[in-house]
Design a protein around this ligand. Sequence first.
Ligand code: ME8
Length: 534
Amino acid sequence: MTQKRFYVTTPIYYVNDRPHIGHAYSSVLADVLAGYHRLLGIPTWFLTGTDEHGQKVQESAAARGIPPQELCDEMSQHFRDLIERLEVRNDDFIRTTDERHTSIVTRALAKLHEQGDIYLADYEGWYCTRCERYWTDKEVDATPDQRCPAQPELHDVERLTEKNYYFRMSAYAERLETAIRAGEFRVEPQKRTNEVLGFLAQGLNDLCLSRNRERLDWGVPLPFDDAYVCYVWVDALLNYKSAIGYLADDDAERARHDSWWPVDVHLLGKDILTNHAVYWPTLLLALGEPLPRQLLVHGWLLDKSGRKLSKTKAKDDGGDTRPLPTIERLLDVFGPEATRWFLSTAMKPGDDTNFDWDIVRERVNADLANGLGNTANRLLKMAATTCEGRYPELGEAGERERGIQTAAEEAIAAVEAFPVSLDLASVVGAVRRGVDAISLYLSDERPWKLAKDEATRPRAAEILAWSIEALRLLGLAVTPIVPRAAARLREALGGVGDLDFAAERTFGTLAVGTELGAPPNLFPRVGEDAIPTA
Ligand code: ME8
């Protein structure tokens, strides 16, 4: 099945603090998903951005004594800087304080209200007057004697009732379940589908979508009642559509929306599964919009002792897992390419992974410096001395040669299967096997020995030809993960102009006599001493 186009998103990140390695993980993974589609010539749209309204942002701004918008501008820029450093190629960056977004939230809310999907009712909950906020039953129950979760020793909570607006979420539960069971709305991996179905089986309440402005002012005002702002999640989820022109005035913008929606993949962490698998699709059903094709739910990067790397943890732990130094240090030590490689290959889909400097170092050294990088250097060095730096003829294929060819073609096949499989591990696995196959072929055939004797030098050249051609295909296969190194390798193997995957993906098409470059040193080895000890 060929897809006509591919629209992928990351969560939009909260700006109450600076970005950390978990954000980098989602952004790089989405970039790689987008990159494989682009490589195959599939029109692709990759959206990321920042989530700027709500309690957390209001509180962080108040704590710093600055207006919320100032905090948003500053923090949002940190997220942009991070993805730039990671060489992520997003097509758009949405901010929920953008007018292009808030105007659409207003319209969507008005539509839901007009059609009777939003109603006013009493809300009852635990309220802390000192913190000026509501807490959930669960949060309060977790404290001794039902006190304020923020300051249990000092603050009481009281049971308060106030009017709030609700979204008739329960009315859409059945249709959502049918869509999930029919595979119309996929939640991957399968265990997350089960989780969502289990959640739905408990029965769905309606969703409180308003916040009283006396307590929380930093949000989009409800168009039908100015005393309230919109609950941050309803506001935030709509970014996936506002950014592509949903409900826009302009015809061309609306046509743009229709050309990308439904989204192919919402990538997200397991922490925000319910919001994406229940709130969002029920809102879409109410709005009469097609559901996302797929949620791809990943696990968490945990620190070495198994704790989630997060903003809150960083504070709780007095700073030793501070998020920013971790991603910055990762980038300082490994550079963007090896960092991208690690993040893309770090996790089994859906599982959590413990972050460990030594494991990252071993992985990137094995795959990149010793694997692809060393193979490229060896082959180009030998080509320089054996065949004057020009690509030689392949000659007859024996069993070994066919094996090399197959290994490389398997990597290409995994790339071509990617739009359906979204299976990065199969691409990376095939590339690793390809590199190993070349390495084994070289150590068995010893072209460097054969090159010493005039009579056997042509055979040495053939061995190099097979190996170089296989390496060329492996380089194509990793382009979306390590674009810079892949481009340098392609150049060293005579590639010019823009990459044309369809034209270059076939084994045996590198022209005899092509001038080959010098050993490109694609990936430096990272020594033990480069690893931070703290
Ligand atoms: O939840 N490991 O924003 P957020 C892996 N604004 N991924 C991680 C991670 C970790 N330790 N920590 C965070 C929000 N992430 C909302 C989203 S969307 C309409 C609104 C990643 O800043 C992961 O993708 O808390 C997670 O879902 C997301 O960052 C949460 O980012």
